[in-house]
Design a protein around this ligand. Structure first.
Ligand SMILES: [Zn+2]
Length: 508
């Protein structure tokens, strides 16, 4: 898991929900407990032993061990009779990973108003901050944003397909705010974000790298707007000619959102691709039994990748048995139980093991941007990351307070005392785990989630996170609880619902 930095959320306390009305009770299929019984401690140990074996070499993204793991998961899905849920009728969704470098001298940002042209160069007075690099030059209607902006104020503006000229005040910066404001701008779907920096030319030059660093990662292409920064001294003449007075905007003391029709902004970023590869997500689908509800999906997810090898010690292989061999095993065992005769639920179930989680949630990010089933048909994501260690009788469920999935879990849990397993609330809200594994990419797109997690331990991200330390018997009881929870969610007449305050805070 990787730390993510995002806005602090208000803590919303939600009592356990009332018992569901009689009419809404899920049908109890015969053979339910027999199906749950296929999830055994021995099975868990066997599968974790395969996935976290030394021969998988720590399942780095990309790597041969990761490919072997992806294939193993697909083979199991096939055995259970699932349908392939990846690209072109395959079990795999492959996403692009590239190593790129910006060509500084060939890239340019041009502002033009009437006869006045201002050109900023990326080796002197402009710099690339982040986002995607489009395949060709980009232009769009310009809008200037400034003053004491808040995410709410930004949310009320029409920014879609515009080039946003963002005017922060570097003389009195409020860093806590600017990150949130930039995020709100990005979410509004502009074509590009150009931050205008009020720094003198020497100070700005110090921010411009003399050579562009290599960027290695998930290639989201033109789906994410580029964010660049330019010295405002360079473009001020063109802005003035278009009737934009930056000093007045900075001193106004009120929010400014001003369309500038007389200004043309062109951004031409040139990237060289140094290397290209791909990595897999493995996806299997169990079709639901209800002719209408089978178009909706419950997702079970876990990440099959880990951090590879750490050379320089006698045992250099990070097995990642708990992180997240335990969750990958969990998704496989759940697929097996759900595919038993007679327990197939009304809704379809999409089982997905993603990769690139340790690199920054790559696989789930790609799936959430390029879903293989319509995203708004996904009713919930139940994500599993590390459930094979620590306490024998409790498992933390993160996100219970954000949707009615919390109350559903409480009710299902209470109905199965024989599991001797209690799902408890987030023990470490200050760690913000809600934002740190793959479920977050579902949540930010509006899918209610629960995240099952036993907490970290001294072997976390060490070569000692090995299969022999997994408590398979305990994990099997967590998975049976997840099986019953999944049955409830996938058979309920109504989809899970967000707590409105949480939706407003989390969903982009
Ligand atoms: Zn993990």
């Amino acid at each position: 898991m990787k730390p993510r930095c995002l806005a602090l959320l208000p803590v919303v306390l939600l009592a356990a929900g009332p018992l569901r009305a009689q009419t809404a009770a899920a049908p109890v299929a015969p053979g339910l407990s027999a199906a749950a019984g296929t999830i055994t401690g021995d099975d868990v140990m066997r599968r974790v032993g395969i996935i976290a074996d030394d021969s998988m070499m720590g399942r780095d993204t990309p790597s041969r061990g990761l490919e072997l793991t992806a294939k193993y998961v697909a083979d199991q899905f096939k055995r259970f009779g699932l349908k392939p849920g990846g690209d072109d009728g395959t079990w795999f969704q492959r996403y692009p990973i590239t190593r790129r470098q910006l060509q500084l001298k060939q890239s340019a940002l041009v502002f033009q108003a009437g006869k006045v042209t201002a050109r900023a160069a990326f080796d002197r007075n402009a710099r690339f901050v982040g986002g995607g690099v489009p395949s060709g030059p980009l232009a769009g209607p310009a809008i200037v944003l400034g003053g004491p902006l808040t995410p709410d104020a930004v949310g009320g503006m029409a920014l879609k397909d515009k080039v946003v000229l963002y005017v922060p005040d570097y003389r009195s910066p409020s860093p806590a705010n600017s990150g949130q404001v930039l995020r709100a701008i990005r979410v509004a779907g502009p074509r590009a974000i150009v931050s205008l920096a009020n720094l003198d030319s020497t100070a700005f030059a110090a921010r411009v790298p003399s050579y562009a660093p290599e960027r290695y990662g998930l290639d989201l292409g033109s789906g994410v707007p580029p964010n660049v920064e330019v010295s405002d001294l360079t473009v001020a003449p063109a802005l003035r000619a278009a009737g934009v007075d930056l000093d007045r905007i900075r001193d106004a003391g009120k929010v400014v959102g001003q369309d500038v029709p007389s200004l043309a902004v062109k951004l031409d970023l040139r990237d060289s691709v140094l290397s290209k590869t791909t990595a897999p997500n493995t996806i299997g689908i169990l079709e639901g039994t209800d002719p209408k509800l089978r178009n909706e999906y419950l997702v079970f997810s876990a990440h099959m990748d880990h951090i590879g090898i750490t050379p320089g010690q006698r045992d250099s292989i990070n097995n990642g048995a708990d992180d997240d061999g335990s969750g990958t095993t969990g998704v496989i065992e759940l697929a097996e139980a759900f595919s038993r005769p007679g327990v197939r639920p009304a809704r379809s179930i999409l089982f997905i093991t993603v990769s690139g989680e340790e690199k920054g949630l790559w696989g789930s990010r790609y799936f959430s941007e390029n879903p293989t089933v319509p995203l708004d048909h996904i009713v919930a994501d139940l994500n599993i990351d590390m459930i094979g260690r620590n306490w024998r009788d409790t498992i933390v469920a993160i996100g219970k307070e954000h949707s009615d999935l919390g109350a559903t879990l409480n009710r299902v849990n209470a109905a199965h005392p024989e599991l001797h397993m209690t799902a408890i609330d987030d023990r470490w809200p200050e760690e913000r785990f809600y934002f740190r594994s793959d479920h977050y990419n579902f949540a930010r797109k509006g899918v209610p989630i629960l995240f099952f997690f036993n907490g970290t331990h001294p072997d976390y991200h060490e070569v000692t996170d090995s299969p022999d330390k997994i408590d398979g018997e305990k994990e099997s009881r967590i998975l049976r609880l997840l099986f019953y929870l999944g049955q409830d969610v996938a058979n309920a007449p109504k989809r899970p619902e967000w707590n409105p305050a949480s939706r407003a805070e989390i969903v982009e």
